[in-house]
Write a protein that binds this ligand. Structure first.
Ligand code: ASP
Length: 359
């Protein structure tokens, strides 16, 4: 980010104010998120005991697109941090009444919301919300169109890092992202995250119609043959064919896609020993991956990814709304949330205690 156009996700001190995309976030910040996630995941009783960090805060899951695992893990994460959580699925009928995105945002803001977790089919929707949010209201992107899905990328990096050995070093890692790269917000976010963390080689593997033109500019190697793309990789991230985003015919058939780009038993031989098999879900069994590999092969980390989603989303929400960052040299201990200094950019005159600001 250059000085003329500061990253809207960061405040003047470089702390996380919104999370809209992984692109442009500094490596130290990504590592801080992963480390925090680890502390939440490792805490004794972390699965049941609530932490008081977001007590008095209100989080709204504002989903304009369907979601199971992302919405549920955001909800669990917010509840484990003691926030009040509201789930709103906004379907087409609300917009057909004429309410715009801005109307929706302003109406909900008036109810005293601190953080919106937003999923929308339009690329750029989360940036739009962040640009129009009131000071002190944070936006967390849970997937916008084909653009970005930052918490998915962070939980993918968390999953990979857990298997990297004691040095947790990405610099020798070869990873392949396979499937519908063109329509995938996960692919873009994973590429940015892997690059920022220093992965040695990032491959993208797809049939030509599903490969975005010019993707090499993101620092990836392009493959149109799955066998070659899988050779010797330590991580393979499979992607769903996102038919809901395809306008027109991109492929002759899913059977043909499976034959040429599906992960089969025979193709597992090509992976490096101990490789990780990942998929953000939902899975099309028998299309991008054989069902018994997804849930039966010891190399599959797909359910681990879901599990890690909670800790990673806790970490991001805590950094935006609750705990001081490592960047705060004068930060207060996290155990006393009431003593936490207000962040720059928060509503002026807001009380120091983490209570709802407007009531
Ligand atoms: N769950 C991921 C997303 O929301 C991947 C997918 O839908 O295929 O982008």
């Amino acid at each position: 980010m250059n000085a003329a156009r500061p990253d809207p996700q960061l405040d003047a001190h470089g702390r996380l104010r919104h999370l809209l995309t992984v692109e442009g976030l500094p490596r130290e910040l990504l590592i801080e998120i992963l480390d925090r996630a680890e502390s939440y995941a490792a805490a004794p009783g972390a699965r049941r005991e609530k932490l008081p960090l977001l007590h008095g805060k209100t989080v709204v899951n504002l989903f304009f697109e369907p979601s199971t695992r992302t919405r549920t893990t955001f909800e669990l994460a917010a509840k484990r941090l003691s926030a009040d959580v509201i789930n709103l699925h906004v379907n087409a009928s609300s917009t057909s009444k004429g309410e715009t995105l801005l109307d929706t945002l302003k109406t909900l803001e008036a109810m005293g919301v601190d953080l919106f977790v937003v999923r929308h089919e339009a690329s750029g929707a989360a940036h739009f919300f962040a640009a129009h949010a009131a000071p002190g209201v944070a936006i967390l992107n849970a997937g916008d169109g084909c653009h970005a899905h930052p918490t998915q990328a962070l939980l993918d990096m968390y999953t990979i890092r857990r298997h990297l050995g004691p040095r947790r070093d990405f610099s020798q890692l070869k990873a392949a992202i396979v499937g519908d790269i063109l329509h995938s917000r996960v692919a873009r976010s994973d590429i940015h995250a892997l690059r920022t963390l220093g992965a040695r080689e990032i491959r993208v593997v797809a049939p030509r119609p599903l490969m975005p033109a010019g993707i090499e500019a993101l620092g990836v190697r392009v493959f149109h043959q799955l066998d070659a793309g899988l050779d010797g990789v330590e991580v393979v991230i499979l992607l769903r064919l996102q038919k809901e985003r395809m306008v027109g015919a991109f492929l002759p058939s899913t059977a043909e896609f499976h034959r040429d780009f599906g992960l089969t038993r025979e193709r597992l031989e090509r992976l490096a020993p101990g490789a990780l098999i990942m998929h953000p879900g939902p899975i099309n069994r028998g299309v991008e991956i054989e069902g018994d590999i997804a849930y039966g092969d010891p190399r599959s980390r797909i359910l681990e990814q879901v599990e890690h989603g909670v800790a990673v989303r806790m970490a991001v929400m805590a950094m935006i709304l609750g705990e001081p960052s490592r960047l705060d040299e004068d930060s207060q201990p996290a155990a006393t949330p009431a003593a936490r200094p207000r962040r720059a950019g928060r509503a002026a005159g807001a009380p120091a205690a983490p209570r709802r600001r407007r009531r």
